[in-house]
Write a protein that binds this ligand. Sequence first.
Ligand code: EPU
Length: 338
Amino acid sequence: MITTRQNFDLAQVTTFAIPAKCSRYIEYDQPEDIPLIISELQDVDRLYHIGGGSNLLFTHDYDGVVAHSAIKGIDVVDETTDGVTVRVGAGVVMDDFISWACDRGLWGVENLSGIPGEAGASAVQNVGAYGAEAADTIVEVHAYDSHKNEFVTFTNEDCHYGYRDSIFKRSDIRGRYIIHSVVYRLSSVPKPNICYPALKDQFDTPPDDPHLIRRAVIAIRDSKLPDPSKVPSAGSFFKNPVINDDQLAKIISIEGTDTFPHYRTDNGWKIPAAWLIDRCGWKGHHDNNAAVWHLQPLVITNPGRKASAADILDLEDRIKQSVRERYGVNLEPEVEHI
Ligand code: EPU
């Protein structure tokens, strides 16, 4: 079924709850609806597809159509002695799928427990937390190609997954493929992943039930991140930057120590944006309408549901400027600006 609303306020369908109107908002619940919706569009490039709306900031009203998949269903499509392959509708809430997997003793997505968003977006954004990311378990992504008007399948390799990145985010491809289901491979053989320090601290021995990891992850999230149902935000606002040797040396000389968190990666040093922002004094900062979360400064919040996009962008700019001035590091938003 396809439902259409005119002049729709996107604050209702985005976790940041920032007002921005779109000309039309369309929701549908089966893959076959997608070609119908596309065929009736005047300009396919003015279609913006959203998932759970948990990583988005509409900076202005959107002069076009916003669509959302409400395709549900978690179906086992293959089962072997060591695991199952599951097809999940793009509109399934990621945490509902994770709970489903843990209830069946299936491993692979438990570290992503409590992550906001829906399955379709998990495949675009390669959502990640606590040492795991969606790409670790995704085997296929099923989509509709709105340019060639045909259904297509991407393998994990085709998706070119990286840190919060995939082929679906490439500027020349963005919006072309509309994902209707994601196929994950889960293990029935215990595969506890407790490499993330805050998680490792909670276990003396590796747990044998994915629910134990799920509970531990949810407890860590609750202790650091705002409750999405109470304090609107879009989760981590900035990406963790990768810096070069000179930038690292500069930070060490400013701090007079190298005991802050930083990790070697293939192309430099990864450093937590949260730490940089924290050192610049932003933790718990409050403007009139926008704020920096007091337990995790990577998160910008809209605590009274009164912030406009301009309020958020203004705070974003000031945070970026202070980190750039103090450390010479450019922060990039993780939250998508539309
Ligand atoms: N830190 C501080 N001050 C703070 C909080 C953190 O200095 O107030 C430093 C600490 O050194 C800490 C480090 O920042 O060790 C990293 O913090 P944390 O472990 O909370 O993770 P993060 O790098 O800030 C990333 C993801 C989160 C994900 C967590 C856990 C990004 C942009 N964010 O945050 O994802 O939940 O790891 O794996 O990669 C999201 O994408 O919306 C999100 C919440």
